[in-house]
Design a protein around this ligand. Structure first.
Ligand code: HEC
Length: 107
C-alpha cells in the first residue's frame, strides 16, 4: 500500500521533470539557433500564438519552412538542427506563445 503510493509519486515526479526539461531544452535551442535572427526568447515566442506555433511544427515543420522560404533563414529551416530540436522548440514556443500569458524567466 505505502510502496505503491511511493511508486506512483515517483512516476508522477518523473513525468513532470521530463515535460519541464523539454521547455528548457527548447529555450536553450532557441537562444542558440533563433536569437541571432529574432532577438530574445520572449520576443521570439510572442511572434505567434500557441495555435500558430503548433501548426508551424506539424508535417515535418512545413509551416516553419514556409515562413523562412526565400529568406536568409531558409537554410536553417531545412537543416538538420531544426529537425533535431523541433519538438523542444515547439514546447518552448508554445508555452510562451503570444496568447499564453506566460513569460520566460530569462533569455
Ligand atoms: C538565419 C536567420 C534566421 C534563423 C536562424 C531563424 N529565422 Fe525565423 N525568420 C528569418 C527571416 C529573415 C524571416 C522572414 C522575415 C521576418 O518575418 O522577419 C523569418 C520569419 C520567421 C517567422 C515569421 C514571422 C512573421 O511575421 O510571420 C517566425 C515565427 C520565425 N521566423 C521564427 C523562427 C524561430 C522560432 C527560429 C528558430 C527555431 C527561427 N525563426 C530561425 C530569419 C531566421
Amino acid at each position: 500500500m505505502k510502496i505503491s503510493t511511493l511508486l506512483l509519486s515517483v512516476a508522477l515526479l518523473g513525468t513532470m521533470t521530463v515535460a519541464q526539461a523539454d521547455i528548457k531544452k527548447g529555450q536553450k535551442a532557441y537562444l542558440k539557433q533563433c536569437k541571432k535572427c529574432h532577438g530574445n526568447g520572449t520576443k521570439g515566442a510572442a511572434m505567434k500564438t500557441q495555435d500558430e506555433w503548433a501548426a508551424a511544427f506539424a508535417n515535418d515543420n512545413a509551416g516553419f519552412k514556409a515562413w523562412h522560404k526565400g529568406t536568409k533563414g531558409e537554410k536553417y529551416a531545412n537543416g538538420k538542427k531544426l529537425k533535431k530540436y523541433a519538438p523542444h522548440l515547439k514546447d518552448f514556443l508554445y508555452e510562451y506563445g503570444s496568447n499564453s500569458g506566460n513569460v520566460p524567466s530569462c533569455g
